[in-house]
Design a protein around this ligand. Structure first.
Ligand SMILES: [Zn+2]
Length: 275
């Protein structure tokens, strides 16, 4: 942790403490607009979650985040996949226009297979910018669906679109929780933010949460198989990688299949009265 990060962490820690003190009990909403609050985690965990996966490209949404969405839906919650672009430049053999249509079709079918919904923002693949327009567009979709859990990219990525997505989502979650920011839909606080385990976002990725996805492993894999790239048609062996990764993560967490997630540091702060 560098000094600037440490400073921001300490700042977040003090803000988080203030938020918890103001909330008083865990069944009250977070009091810090736009910030996940560690004080609400237990109460949120008791209810079926409403989850949104926000990714730069449809493949990221379903391969790295889709099992968590599938599990949430299986448990009675709601799931939404938001892709900032269609990943239309991801094939060396299929023209972008045709590939965009295939990607959209696959995402809609895969979301349906998992009982979730698919949303798109149609930014250009490879050219996603962390603009105010994009942050507000994502804010609007968060406010419309009201997820209490958002999963997105970790910033430690070699892919510029993934880094932009991280930046967009961080600010969109913040904007969503600001009552004074007037948009079409009312303000909504996202209780938990997680970063997904993605082969392209591995720099500094340190998982702290393991989710047992065994009950949905088969249906999640079937949904992913609707994408040409999952089947290895764009080069990388996605099925081999993510299927075996779920076994490896499961080995670390005592289940057959698991996904590993990373939390923002302030989300891990605990408030206790005894150790
Ligand atoms: Zn991607």
């Amino acid at each position: 942790m560098d000094h600037s990060t440490r400073r921001s962490f300490l700042k977040d820690l003090s803000l988080g403490t203030a938020a918890f003190s103001a909330a008083g009990r865990q069944d009250k909403p977070a009091s810090m607009p736009g910030r996940p609050s560690s004080g609400t985690l237990e109460a949120q965990a008791a209810a079926p979650a409403n989850i949104m996966a926000i990714a730069a490209h449809p493949g990221d949404a379903f391969f790295a985040m889709g099992a968590a969405v599938a599990l949430t839906v299986r448990r009675g919650g709601q799931g939404v996949f938001l892709s900032l672009s269609l990943g239309e430049k991801g094939s060396s053999s299929i023209a972008p226009e045709r590939y965009a249509a295939l990607q959209r079709e696959a995402a809609i079918s895969a979301a349906r297979r998992l009982g979730a919904q698919a949303e798109f923002l149609n930014y250009l693949d490879g050219e996603i910018a962390a603009s105010e327009e994009a942050k507000l567009a994502v804010c609007d979709i968060i406010r419309r669906y009201k997820p209490n859990v958002v999963v997105t990219h970790w910033r430690g990525s070699w892919h510029k679109d993934h880094v932009a997505c991280y930046d967009i989502v961080e600010d969109a979650v913040f904007y969503s929780g600001l009552p004074a920011l007037t948009r079409q839909h009312a303000a909504h606080n996202v209780a938990k933010l997680y970063f997904a385990d993605n082969w392209e976002d591995a720099t500094g990725f340190a998982p702290d949460t393991y989710l047992d996805i065994t009950p949905v492993f088969d249906v999640w894999r079937e949904a992913c198989a609707l994408f040409p790239m999952w089947r290895g048609e764009t080069g990388f062996r996605y099925d081999d990688y993510y299927s075996s990764l779920s076994v490896a993560r499961g080995c670390l967490s005592g289940s057959a299949h698991a996904v590993a997630l990373m939390s923002p540091p302030e989300q891990l702060v605990r408030h206790v009265q005894a150790l």
